[in-house]
Design a binder for this molecule. Structure first.
Ligand SMILES: [Zn+2]
Length: 254
């Protein structure tokens, strides 16, 4: 019910707002499409004493999830592609899905990158810059490999703080500063942000918008639609215990 209502609202908004020049019918059609944005963190077995083992997905389970999504007709795309299609710039597959990988852990390069490449799918890396080069994190070379493989790299701050609790100077450094660093050091000019811990308030939103981001993802559960607030796009967490069938169901229904 909820999804149907949101889709109806999104269609109406798309028709009312339009997208400037262009085929209004096409725009309305593309804009009406809800897109699941999945969240992955660790790939592998959780270490002993890990506080949050549910965020560790084994490579086998990961492969099963990807295969189930593919069998159900889903095709992975980047957030940039979704954003463009929502705004009249290009089309999407009939069942698009975005696979995001948060923080920047080494297995996202060694396990997720090749697993997605085998299926011809891009991933989206929400990179915490301060994790690059540290134990368990991605190396710079790994980030470049992922970009070369078609991955989108989006901004996930430098030190991963709860942005609702930091000073104005730190907020600027973690949002605008990280965007500038991504551009300067990696040549990546992203317009998409991911809130650490999904934590956001009016002040954080303003900082994200002012830094030039057009959209940002949270950990609120649901399908993302063009009718959503673009600075608070929902996602769907794919965890250790998420069976392939359950993940397909969530990707379909939110
Ligand atoms: Zn994170």
């Amino acid at each position: 019910m909820r999804r149907g209502r949101i889709l109806a609202v999104a269609s109406a908004v798309a028709l009312l707002v339009g997208c400037g020049a262009g085929d209004e019918r096409h725009t309305a059609h593309a804009s009406a499409r809800a897109v699941p944005i999945l969240v992955y963190h660790h790939l592998g077995d959780p270490p002993q004493g890990e506080r949050n083992p549910s965020l560790w997905v084994t490579p086998r389970r990961f492969a099963q999830q990807l295969d189930a999504l593919r069998r159900a007709g889903f095709r992975a795309v980047t957030l940039a592609k979704v954003w463009a299609a929502w705004h009249g710039g290009g089309t999407l597959p009939s069942k698009p899905i975005v696979l995001t990988f948060d923080d920047g852990y080494a297995p996202q390069d060694t396990i997720a990158r090749p697993a997605l490449a085998r299926r011809g799918w891009p991933g989206v890396l929400n990179l915490q810059l301060g994790r690059v080069g540290v134990a368990g994190g991605l190396s710079r070379a790994a980030v470049r490999r992922m970009v070369a493989a078609g991955w989108e790299v989006d901004d996930h701050t430098i030190t991963h703080p709860d942005l609702t609790k930091v000073s104005p100077a730190v907020l600027r450094a973690e949002v605008a500063g990280s965007r500038a660093t991504l551009k300067r050091e990696y040549g990546i000019d992203t317009r998409f942000f991911c809130y650490p811990f999904g934590r956001v308030d009016a002040r954080v939103r303003a900082a994200v918008r002012d830094a030039g981001f057009v959209a940002a993802t949270t950990i609120v559960r649901g399908l993302a639609t063009p009718g959503d607030d673009p600075l608070e796009l929902p996602r769907i967490i794919a965890g250790r215990a998420t069976t392939p069938a359950e993940l397909v169901r969530r990707a379909t229904d939110g």
